[in-house]
Design a protein around this ligand. Structure first.
Ligand code: ZN
Length: 192
């Protein structure tokens, strides 16, 4: 096994160690599953199509960059507001309450996680990237780099930043770890 696979196996083993089976029915959270739990093949088909032939700015932003495939896949969900945010889970009737668990200030939509949650706002501000209050994740592809920043890698850079914000949110919620700003910025730089 590669060191990365070894590390992933350790993570899986930790998750399994904390898990006990129950007799109640499962909650299916697969993004391609319909409300009845069946696989939603049209969404899967759209994903494959957009990876191949879609020439829209959003598709280019999502797929034509140097980000790793798992980050591109996350971005594809993000620009469609299909990431497992609390607002998305409420929409799917998995949760009753969509309030952000990190700041408790607003509903946790995709845009809230990436732009509005106070940590995300301070993250973008540290990078000197101005995000208006109304920016949606679908508009990520419209952001232009400053004159001194190379356009060719800008979408890769933005995706890696969004990915770090998503990982930070997951660590805060699932592991009670709130990494400080400098650590997340450093991780984004190392990824890049
Ligand atoms: Zn928040």
């Amino acid at each position: 096994m590669t060191p990365e696979a070894q590390q992933e196996r350790t993570q899986v083993e930790e998750l399994l160690a904390a898990w006990t089976s129950s007799t109640t029915s499962d909650k299916r959270l697969c993004i391609f599953a319909a409300d009845d739990g069946k696989l939603h093949t049209s969404a899967l088909y759209k994903l494959l199509q957009s990876a191949k032939g879609d020439k829209s700015p959003q598709a280019s932003f999502t797929w034509r960059n140097k980000a790793p495939p798992r980050v591109q896949f996350f971005a594809w969900l993000l620009v469609r507001e299909r990431i497992q945010s609390r607002a998305h889970l409420r929409q799917r009737k998995v949760l009753d309450n969509a309030t952000c668990e990190v700041c408790s200030e607003a509903d946790e939509t995709a845009a809230h996680i990436i732009f509005e949650c106070p940590f995300a706002a301070s993250f973008w501000s540290a990078l000197n990237i101005a995000m208006s209050r109304e920016t949606t994740t679908a508009q990520l592809c419209e952001l232009a780099p400053a004159p001194h920043e190379p356009l060719i890698y800008y979408s890769t850079f933005l995706l890696l930043c969004c990915w770090q914000l998503w990982k930070r949110r997951n660590n805060a919620i699932f592991r009670s770890q709130q990494e400080p700003l400098q650590m997340v910025l450093r991780a984004a730089r190392e990824d890049a």
